[in-house]
Design a protein around this ligand. Sequence first.
Ligand SMILES: [Zn+2]
Length: 99
Amino acid sequence: MYGGLPNNYNPRPEGHMKEPTFLERYLAWLKRMDDIRRPLASFPCPHCSIKLKTIIPDRVDIHDSAKVCPFCLAQFTCITNKSGEVNTILHHEGEKAEA
Ligand SMILES: [Zn+2]
């Protein structure tokens, strides 16, 4: 048989499944927002210019949040106002999150 591997060797032990990627999490989030018909604002990623979506604030005038682009993994701050206008501030160039 396979010398070296213990008998109970399991390449994918329970609880150590692969973490979902930023893209998988983003797509799941988009679907959830679509399910509850939450209005979203579109804006281009400040790094790769791909169209992304974010929540339009309904209880506060301005909502800001730290985001990671699910496509290029650039980190930026996203500032959205009640009318759905989005401003982004790209964090340090080259500083990428781990996928
Ligand atoms: Zn991007």
